[in-house]
Write a protein that binds this ligand. Structure first.
Ligand code: AMP
Ligand code: GLY
Length: 421
């Protein structure tokens, strides 16, 4: 088989790494790819992600297209491939609105009876500002559309909340994506990421994962794209999984079907597990990053078989098997991340680091510059390790991360600490 993977982050490196293990795969192209994927796939940063890529894929006789990030999904790229007769893993434009519009996601959840935080939508700054006066802090303010992970503000005081509203509705910091905002009730508890394969009807849930969103130890400092992750999640057991499938994933897929929308690909529910209740924080329409990096090493079934079955609507014929091993990833980020990441720094120690059993270094923001791997983005590397226990996985990941250096590298020291204690 010939596959085309779209994306260039740690998630896509993990996808390509797993796809490569399939005996059915002859060739993998990645657009654009990154410095780490070049060893296992043909990276094509020269091709742009858009409709012209569809013609290219047709000419290259691509058997399966895998779309990693949300932006091309929300833009409808999966529909373009489908219309050209190509098999694609990832939802179409209408289905991808579940991530592309937080207001729509709320409306679908309400219709499907899926538990989520109470909320209201606003397009007018003054109306939204007046509404804040009736609410208690913390205030949760979300830009409706895609904002590269920067569209959510949790404000402890009314001034910060007002500033967030102003950014969206007056200053148009996020452009059209911020023309509408959702103000929702604050939820407390533990966050869990639950991802499922979906073929339009059948749902196959993966083990849960937990992501660390803040830059600093002890969950301090600004939000990032994710500084580390682990899987499984000890407190979120089989009952939690079952509940998430029956009360969240299946009702959403069913509600979309009733609207004539077939959901195919990954449905990712970001859950807040409270003392008495679990509620949905958000939906993503793709694999999580860095959750994918701790899930795929645990997957024992051929990923290509699963993705192909999803695309063809016959997921019921595949039964994905997951290892009981624990997996943990430590993100190494560049200096200045998340606000203004510094790039172009040479990375040292990667080769020695790759030799430990059960450790894989997935690249996120790297590029090959005349044979040298240098940093090219905020999140640079994901040092990922499997172990029989969390302690073993954690020790291995940190041992390898300690061997890798680049100018100003940042990493959290507490990834997985709560599950080894
Ligand atoms: P989202 O992109 O909607 O997942 O929001 C990003 C992050 O903001 C989440 O991972 C949570 O940490 C936090 N968050 C979002 N919504 C809420 C909420 N209603 N209550 C508390 N925290 C939230
Ligand atoms: N790790 C969070 C996300 O992928 O959105």
């Amino acid at each position: 088989m010939r596959l085309l993977v779209i994306g260039g982050g740690g998630r896509e490196h993990a996808l390509v790494w797993k796809i490569k293990q399939s005996p059915r795969v002859e060739k993998i192209f990645v657009v654009p790819g990154n410095g780490g994927m070049a060893e296992i796939a043909e990276c094509r940063p020269d091709l742009s992600v858009g409709t012209e890529l569809v013609d290219w894929a047709g000419a290259e006789a691509i058997d399966l297209v895998v779309i990693g990030p949300e932006a091309p999904l929300v833009a409808g790229l999966a529909d373009d491939f489908t219309a050209a007769g190509l098999a694609v893993f990832g939802p179409g434009r209408e289905a991808a609105r579940l991530e592309g519009s937080k207001c729509l996601a709320k409306e679908v959840m309400e219709a499907a009876g899926v538990p989520t935080a109470g909320s209201r939508d606003f397009t007018d700054f003054q109306v939204a500002r007046d509404y804040l006066d009736e609410q208690e802090p913390p205030f949760v303010i979300k830009a409706d559309g895609l904002a590269a992970g920067k569209g959510v503000t949790i404000a402890m005081d009314i001034e910060t909340a007002e500033a967030a509203l102003r950014e969206c509705l007056v200053d148009e910091r996020f452009g059209e994506a911020g023309n509408k905002v959702v103000i929702e009730d604050f939820l407390s508890g533990q966050e869990v990421s639950v991802l499922a394969f979906v073929d339009g009807e059948t749902v196959s849930v993966m083990p849960a994962a937990q992501d660390y969103k803040r830059i600093g130890d002890g969950d301090r400092g600004p939000n990032t794209g994710g500084m580390g992750a682990y899987s499984p999640v000890p407190f979120f057991d089989a009952a939690g999984q079952h509940d998430a499938v029956e009360r969240v994933i299946k009702p959403i897929v069913k509600e979309l079907r009733a609207r004539g929308i077939e959901y195919k690909g990954i449905l990712y529910a970001g859950l807040m597990v409270g003392e008495n209740e679990t509620k949905v924080l958000e939906f993503n329409v793709r694999f999580g990053d860095p959750e994918t990096q701790v899930l795929l090493p645990r997957l024992q079934t051929d990923l290509v078989d699963i993705m192909e079955a999803c695309a063809a609507g016959r997921l019921a014929t595949v039964d994905p098997v997951w290892s009981t091993k624990k997996c943990l990833a430590v993100v190494m980020a560049s200096a200045g991340y998340p606000d203004s990441p510094q790039t172009g720094d040479e990375i040292f120690g990667r080769e020695q680091a790759g030799e430990l059993d059960d450790v894989t270094v997935f690249h996120a923001g790297t590029k090959d510059e005349n044979g040298q791997i240098v940093t090219s983005g905020g999140r640079v590397l994901n040092v990922t390790a499997l172990g029989e226990t969390f302690a073993q996985a954690r020790d291995r990941a940190y041992e390898v991360a300690a061997q890798i250096t680049f100018n100003g590298a940042q990493k959290r020291a507490d990834i997985g600490l709560r599950v080894v204690q």
